[in-house]
Design a protein around this ligand. Structure first.
Ligand code: FA5
Length: 333
């Protein structure tokens, strides 16, 4: 092969490059081009083998031609690779483009039931004051629910707690006061506890009564406690839970297990008064029943209705809303 022939071959390879490279649209195809033209047996590489056969005078010229071709194709390859990579990146961007004007997907979030929120908040207030949480069974015996609380079998106050009996002497507890008895029987004074729990009564459902509801019982037994301490705790509690703008009214009441006894009403003026709890000084007969000495220690207790607290907090007129499982209602809390 002489110089002119080699130059002709260079031209052919150049044309072939132009044709082949125009058809390479992805990185794989560009790599195949590189192998085909510049690889060990590539179209350009094999032309270099002809150098040795040329007359020495032509070699420099031929070398120039070949190196120019090689450099040209190497540079074009690089450009081609960059172009292909950029096209691929652009295609990906197009495919992943977000339309920010589309409406979002609504994901409903779960939340705590308003009664759970209120219970937890009340627990926190009293935990800060140094009370411990205590619990007891919802299925109770007549002894803990009534008798130990000085409500004998024929006591007229039984009418206040119309009960669901499961068997003779076994019932669904009507209040959380039996937990007081269980705790006092199991530990010595001082006692400072809070007992949240579910209660059951054969009350006709209305705006403020539900057959299943929640109470939180508080009991503090120690040397030297008086009604003044109870009043102080109540005022602190109402302030902590409701904040300003609420009024509290304490009036006389009767419970067989407290003496004196009181009931507490709350209202947010100009709203109606709502009874939230029964309270009082633990009756000496109850202290004696659990093995405490009423000459040594005194105590006070209250049992408050969790639903009533929630109704006052949010201005809810009907207790049954808490049990309707209507998401439109529940999602507001
Ligand atoms: C009692 O149950 C007493 N054990 C409270 C007590 C404890 C007094 C310790 C003294 C010492 P009463 O029946 O009043 O008391 O209920 C207390 C509170 O529970 C009521 O003020 C009310 O807020 C709530 N409650 C009672 N019955 C229902 C009901 N059916 N639905 C919703 N809340 C109720």
């Amino acid at each position: 092969m002489d110089l002119a022939e080699l130059a002709g071959r260079c031209e052919e390879v150049r044309k072939e490059w132009a044709r082949a490279s125009a058809a390479a649209h992805d990185p794989g195809a560009v790599e195949a081009l590189r192998v085909r033209f510049l690889g060990r047996k590539g179209l350009v590489t094999v032309l270099f083998d002809h150098l040795r056969a040329l007359p020495p005078a032509d070699r420099a010229e031929a070398g120039k031609l070949l190196n120019a071709l090689k450099g040209e194709i190497a540079a074009a390859l690089e450009g081609r690779l960059a172009a292909v990579a950029q096209a691929a990146a652009e295609a990906r961007l197009q495919a992943e483009r977000y339309d920010l004007t589309l409406p979002g997907t609504w994901r409903p979030l779960g939340r705590l039931h308003p009664l759970t929120q209120v219970r937890r908040e009340i627990e926190e207030i009293f935990l800060r004051m140094g009370f411990d949480i205590a619990t007891g069974p919802e299925v109770e015996t007549d002894y803990y629910n009534f008798e130990a609380l000085a409500i004998g079998p024929d006591h007229p106050a039984r009418d206040d707690w119309d009960s669901f009996y499961l068997a003779d002497g076994v019932l669904l507890r009507t209040h959380t006061s039996p937990v007081q008895i269980r705790v006092m029987k199991s530990q010595k004074p001082p006692v400072r506890i809070l007992c949240p729990g579910r209660c059951y009564r054969r009350d006709n459902p209305d705006a403020t009564h539900s057959p299943v509801f929640h109470q939180i019982e508080l009991l503090w037994v120690e040397k030297g406690l008086t009604m003044a301490h109870l009043k102080w705790i109540l005022e602190e509690f109402v302030r902590a839970f409701f904040g300003p703008g609420y009024e509290m009214r304490i009036s006389a009441d009767f419970f067989p297990f407290t003496e004196p006894s009181a009931q507490v009403h709350i209202r947010k003026p100009p709203g109606r008064w709502l009874e939230i709890m029964g309270a009082g000084m633990v009756d000496p007969a109850v202290l004696t029943e659990v093995g405490y000495d009423p000459e040594e220690v005194t105590g006070f207790a209250f049992g408050l209705g969790v639903e009533r607290m929630a109704m006052l907090r949010w201005g809810i007129e009907d207790i049954r809303l808490f049990y309707g499982n209507d998401v439109r209602f529940l999602s507001q809390f």
